[in-house]
Design a protein around this ligand. Structure first.
Ligand code: IPE
Ligand code: IPE
Ligand code: MG
Ligand code: MG
Ligand code: MG
Length: 304
C-alpha cells in the first residue's frame, strides 16, 4: 500500500509539472483576448485555459521523451491535441448534446457566452489546432511526417470510428437498448481514438519505426478505452467538486455506459485489466517506458 501511495504522489507531481509546461505554451499559441473580434478569443481562452488534466498533451510529450524525440516539435502537437479535446468538450456540453452547465469547475462555454459563440469557439479551437500542426517547426524534409501526423489526427476525430462517430452513436443510443459491441465502439471512438492518436502521432513525429508505432498505438487505444470506462464510473461515484462537472448525468440521461451494462465493480475491473494489458505492451521500451506506465496507472486510480 505504501508503494501505491508513493506512486500516486509521484504521478500527481509529474502531472502538475507537465501541466504547467503545456499551459504556458497553450497561452502563447492562442490569440490574445484583446484581439478583434475579442469575444471569440475570450471564449476560446476561457474554455482552454480553465484547467483540465492535460492528459492528451502529456501523453504525447511522454511518448516523445520515451523515443528521444524533439520537444520543440512535440509541443506543437501536444497543444493541438488539447485544443481538439477542448473543442470536443465545448460541443459535448451544448444543449443539443449533453446539456451541461459546468465544466472544468466553471460555467460551460455556452452558459457563459451563449450557444452561437460556444459553437464558434469550438470550431475555432479545432481550426487553430490544424494551423498549429501545419506550423510544426522543421525543414522541408519533415513535410511528409507532418502530413502523416495530420492525416492520422483527421482519422481519429472524424466520422469513421473517430470522435464524431463515437459522439453520434452516443447520441442515437441515448434512452435505447445497446449491445456490448456498440458500447465498446462508442467509448473507443468518442474517447479512445484521440488518446490513441496522442501516443501514435507523437511516435510518428519522433520518427519511430513501424513496430514501435504499432505497439504504442495498441497501448494508446487500450488506455483510451479504459479512460472512458473510468469516466463512466466517476459519473456514478464522483462529486461535482472533485470532477469540476456534474455527476449522475449518464444515469439521468439514459446514456450507454459501462456501469449500466456491467455494474460498477465489473466496470472498474475491466478498466484495471485494460490498463495492465496496455502496460504489458510497453515492455519493449525497457526503462524508457516509466512515465507512460505511470500515466496508464493514473487512469485507473484517478478520482477526477
Ligand atoms: C473528459 O475528458 C471527457 C472525456 C473524454 C471522458 P477529461 O477527463 O480528460 O477532461 P479534462 O481535460 O481533464 O477537463
Ligand atoms: C465525452 O464523453 C467525449 C467527448 C467529449 C468526445 P462524456 O460526455 O462522457 O464526457 P463528460 O462526462 O461530459 O466529460
Ligand atoms: Mg457526451
Ligand atoms: Mg458529456
Ligand atoms: Mg462522462
Amino acid at each position: 500500500l505504501n508503494e501505491q501511495i508513493r506512486n500516486s504522489l509521484e504521478i500527481h507531481d509529474y502531472l502538475n509539472q507537465q501541466k504547467q509546461v503545456v499551459d504556458s505554451y497553450l497561452d502563447d499559441f492562442l490569440p490574445s483576448a484583446s484581439e478583434y473580434p475579442e469575444i471569440i478569443h475570450e471564449a476560446m481562452r476561457y474554455s482552454l485555459l480553465a484547467g483540465g488534466k492535460r492528459l492528451r498533451p502529456i501523453l504525447a510529450l511522454a511518448t516523445t521523451d520515451a523515443l528521444d524525440g524533439d520537444f520543440h516539435r512535440a509541443i506543437f502537437l501536444a497543444c493541438a491535441l488539447e485544443m481538439i479535446h477542448t473543442y470536443s468538450l465545448i460541443h459535448d456540453d451544448l444543449p443539443a448534446m449533453d446539456n451541461d452547465d459546468y465544466r472544468r469547475g466553471q460555467l460551460t462555454c455556452h452558459k457563459k457566452f451563449g450557444e452561437g459563440i460556444a459553437i464558434l469557439a469550438g470550431n475555432a479551437l479545432l481550426t487553430q489546432a490544424f494551423q498549429l500542426l501545419a506550423e510544426i517547426p522543421g525543414d522541408e524534409s519533415l513535410a511528409p511526417t507532418k502530413i502523416r501526423t495530420i492525416h492520422h489526427i483527421c482519422r481519429a476525430i472524424g466520422s469513421r470510428k473517430g470522435v464524431i462517430a463515437g459522439q453520434v452513436v452516443d447520441l442515437i443510443t441515448q434512452g435505447k437498448q445497446f449491445t456490448r459491441k456498440e458500447l465498446e465502439y462508442i467509448h473507443s471512438a468518442k474517447t479512445g481514438a484521440l488518446i490513441e492518436a496522442s501516443v501514435y502521432t507523437a511516435a510518428i513525429l519522433a520518427g519511430a519505426d513501424r513496430d514501435t508505432r504499432q505497439r504504442l498505438r495498441n497501448f494508446g487505444s487500450t488506455i483510451g478505452l479504459a479512460f472512458q470506462i473510468v469516466d463512466d464510473v466517476l459519473d456514478v461515484t464522483g462529486s461535482p467538486e472533485e470532477l469540476g462537472k456534474a455527476s449522475g448525468k449518464d444515469t439521468a440521461g439514459h446514456k450507454a455506459t459501462y456501469p449500466r451494462l456491467y455494474g460498477l465493480e465489473r466496470s472498474r475491473e475491466i478498466a484495471n485489466e485494460l490498463v495492465e494489458a496496455a502496460i504489458q505492451e510497453l515492455s519493449f521500451l525497457g526503462d524508457k517506458s516509466e512515465k507512460l506506465k505511470e500515466l496508464a496507472q493514473f487512469i485507473s486510480i484517478r478520482r477526477f
